[in-house]
Design a protein around this ligand. Sequence first.
Ligand SMILES: [Zn+2]
Ligand SMILES: [Zn+2]
Ligand SMILES: [Zn+2]
Length: 313
Amino acid sequence: MGELRKDYILDRWVIIAAERAKRPHQFKQQEVKEEVGLCFFCPGNEKETPPEMYRFEKNGTWQIRAFPNKFTAVAPEGDPTIRTDNAFYTWSNNYGKHLVLVETPDHSKQLWDLSIDEITQVLRGYLEVFFHVHGDKNIKYVTIFKNHKKEAGTSIVHSHSQIIGYNKVPEEVGREVAASQNYNFCPYCDVIQRERGSTRRCFENDNFIAFCPYASRFPFEIWILPKQHVTHLEDIKDLPGLASMLKMALGKLKELNAAFNYVLHYSPTREDNLHFHIEIMPRLTIWAGFEMNGTVINPQPPEEAAKFYRGED
Ligand SMILES: [Zn+2]
Ligand SMILES: [Zn+2]
Ligand SMILES: [Zn+2]
């Protein structure tokens, strides 16, 4: 028997279809052969990318680079003001900044292969790029996210993240902020206390916890949150602790060779007070017509997914 579940605070519903549950290995993805060609993200091809805005070097060679996306979704030009021409047409130019952060010079490594030190440096790179993009007063929110593999939206094999800042708070973040404000405490702080003792808990360290959310939309969906109430990446003191949680979660997804997206959610402003978290969304199933209509059917109960993360399955 499955369940219809509501997200902790959002009016977002998911059908957990337990009768469709599969064993973790049944989700395992086939390896796709990569076509050989020039990789613009590899060392030696730096001049093929737009001018670099951030670089982290070790022993004279770069480890991380960030630069504007060649295929940009937004650009820092035009008018960022959202205006309404009549009752129905509300719009602005697609104002913003869109950057790529290459996480390693090594073409053969994915983020899940990097050391905790290296992943910590990627998080520091996120902060550098965040401050650069956030410095534009027309940009209301900077989304930091990663797509891994074609099923998750990228055909570029070389491990990278993307950063898009634009003139609006993305809807999902706005909904989390609004729903959080329905409480006179931080609901995520309370959720952490509940999930710590639940069958959905995956792992934790001194400062962070990871669990499969109650109304998981994706098989093996996993969230990482600081245990203390922190609203911004820049306020996190223990970046290696966060990197280590990311490595643990992604290391398990590597066993499934899973395509995934992750996205960092944080407070758009200091007043919004949204609890910082990372949502990791493996892409092992395809959303069909019913999901497009708003309710997701997830064939993997999060309680089963958490067993896999804990190494019990
Ligand atoms: Zn490459
Ligand atoms: Zn909190
Ligand atoms: Zn979120």
